[in-house]
Design a protein around this ligand. Structure first.
Ligand code: ADP
Ligand code: MG
Length: 548
């Protein structure tokens, strides 16, 4: 089992109930498990046109997530990727339909067409007025007489829902739904297949490839394309949509197929803004997961011409939380940085010895990047080497700006550089270290004492003591031994760093979340960085007194 499910057969009923528990009483379901899984509004008096949709489950939040004031009146949930039965659809229609009638919004899949279609027939036999529209927005299969229905269905739900909520009659609502269906186009792309509960995951899409033009039921896409970047992915999707898009302003709907991260979806939105169609996209719905395909790591893009009616209906307020709203798509403000973040730069000055020392320190850290990352990957998040190397690279670039001749200013300037360029714990700790060393140097302490004062401040602020399995375990002995020369400092730092490999319980940093047996024998990356620095310096060094 790779997913948080219980028994395969119970997935949908348990999920519907779990969903209803947090709906605040706004929604209910009809009795009729396991075959009839229908979610309905509790604040519904049948006085307006009822909007019923649904289909297989696995597309959450569609469809139950869109039940509520301003969108669907009822959602009929089938089993995963399986159409609900005629009886289930009929139960929904009978429950919600009054004199104003009912519109069924159905995606173009054979099972859904048949089950919803027959249920509509039977409801009419009960004397109810029922219209049905079929959504076919997918442009992936150009030669197909009727395309599949995918995420563009959300536009139909929203616009029909808004009109029904406003009290329009069934024919008006149906005609508007048909206009949306005639004009909306969608296409999807995914980097991986989805995991169907109870079935092994199909390994269809090779690494480095994406599938273009997929449906929402795990079926293979129309073609596999080489995947290189989010930019190219959006370009390919836009290229497929473009022939179907008329000139003029559009509303985009950027849908997460279920398994893409929010971070990825935002990057895709940014790429949409840089794409060839960007000028036409005036409004956007999402990015959000609306019509998903279980955990598929993909997205779909739908486009619909912006009309006055669409604009008004899309903006009408709705109760369902899953509707992400529609927003203008375009520029945003970039505000100037507050004063105080751009400090007065000290006057640069020259000092060959210190310049050489700093450059060597930086080169040592840059060379150690991969090794330190590997250590951090085992006990933390794998970035200590990159954090230090990034800082080292920018410090090398800053050499010409540094006040090398004035030790006090130099310590402070290094602290400032590090605070600007380094993230992570090690970054801010080293920024504190050098800033405090600068302060101590200003009050007359010699260069080694000043570093000692910096270390003292790191201990105060960071709260780690010797023995807690941090860089402190290497820095403390190294600075103590430094008056005896670099060789002594290097030996002491190495001893301290190796000692961290024997500490079974970390008390600071990320390693404190790691169990004892996973720490065994692995040096703390921060301490290792200190040891490597002193070792490499002393190996090539005649620099015992670089600062004087
Ligand atoms: P992050 O945990 O933010 O990814 P880094 O990977 O940049 O941090 O740095 C991790 C190193 O920081 C650890 O190996 C450890 O030596 C050091 N460290 C973490 N917390 C402290 C602390 N409170 N005091 C001193 N050093 C610390
Ligand atoms: Mg880290």
């Amino acid at each position: 089992m790779t997913q948080f499910f219980n028994a395969k057969d119970a997935v949908v009923t348990e999920a519907v109930d779990g969903f209803l528990r947090s709906a605040g009483g706004r929604l209910a379901r009809l009795d009729g498990y396991p075959h009839i899984k229908v979610v309905v509004r509790t604040d519904w008096d049948r006085s307006k046109v009822a909007i019923v949709s649904g289909g297989g489950s696995g597309h959450e939040p569609a469809h139950a997530g869109f039940v509520g004031q301003g969108m669907l009146t009822a959602a009929v949930c089938g089993d995963v990727f399986a159409s609900p039965s005629v009886d289930a659809v009929l139960a929904a229609i009978l429950n919600v339909t009054g004199k104003a009638g009912c519109l069924l919004i159905v995606k173009n899949y054979t099972g859904d067409r048949l089950n919803f279609g027959l249920a509509a027939e039977r409801a009419r036999a009960f004397g109810l007025t029922v219209n049905m529209v079929i959504v076919d927005d997918d442009v992936a299969l150009p030669d197909l007489p009727r395309a599949r229905g995918v995420a563009g269905t959300l536009f139909v739900h929203k616009i029909a829902g808004a009109l029904a909520e406003a009290g329009e009659d069934l024919e008006t609502v149906t005609a508007a739904a048909r206009r949306v269906i005639a004009s909306v186009v969608s296409i999807g792309m995914s980097l991986d297949t989805c995991t169907i509960p109870g079935s092994p995951k199909e390994d269809r899409i090779k690494s480095g490839y994406a599938e273009l033009g997929l449906g929402i039921h795990g079926e293979a896409g129309v073609e596999q394309v080489v995947f290189t970047s989010a930019r190219q992915a959006i370009a390919q999707v836009v290229e497929r949509l473009a022939p179907h898009v008329k000139p003029g302003p559009q509303v985009a709907l950027l849908n997460n197929l279920g398994g893409a991260t929010h971070l990825e979806m935002s990057v895709l939105a940014e790429e949409l803004a840089r794409s060839s169609i960007a000028d036409q996209v005036k409004w956007i719905v999402g990015p959000a997961a609306m019509m998903t395909s279980l955990d598929m790591q993909g997205f779909s893009l739908s486009l619909m011409p912006l009309t006055k009616e669409a604009e008004r209906c899309l903006m009408a307020p709705v109760a369902p939380w899953a509707w992400p709203g529609v927003n203008p798509f375009g520029d945003f403000a970039v505000l100037p940085l507050p004063d105080g973040l751009t400090p007065i730069q000290p006057m640069p000055s020259a000092h060959a010895g210190r310049r050489n020392l700093i450059a060597r320190c930086c080169n040592i850290l840059i060379a150690a990047e991969a090794d330190l990352n590997a250590l951090d990957a085992r006990t933390g998040d794998g970035d200590t080497g990159s954090t230090l190397a990034t800082a080292a690279r920018s410090l090398v670039k800053a050499l010409d700006r540094l006040p090398l001749a004035d030790l006090t200013q130099l310590y402070r300037a290094i602290g400032m550089e590090l605070s600007q360029t380094m993230g992570g714990s090690s970054g801010v700790l080293l920024a504190i270290f050098f800033t405090a060393a600068g302060d101590a140097s200003a009050s007359g302490r010699d260069w080694i004492e000043a570093l000692g004062a910096g270390l003292e401040r790191v201990r105060q602020v960071g709260g780690a003591e010797p023995g807690d399995r941090t860089m402190i375990d290497a820095l403390v002995p190294a600075l103590e031994a430094l008056p005896q020369g670099l060789g002594a400092a290097a030996r002491a730092a190495r001893e301290g760093a190796d000692f961290t490999g024997t500490i079974r319980r970390a008390k600071a940093g990320r390693a404190s979340y790691i169990s004892e047996d996973r720490l065994r024998g692995i040096n703390d990356p921060g301490a290792e960085a200190v040891a490597l620095l002193f070792e490499k310096l002393s190996a090539g060094a005649d620099l015992a007194q670089p600062a004087e």
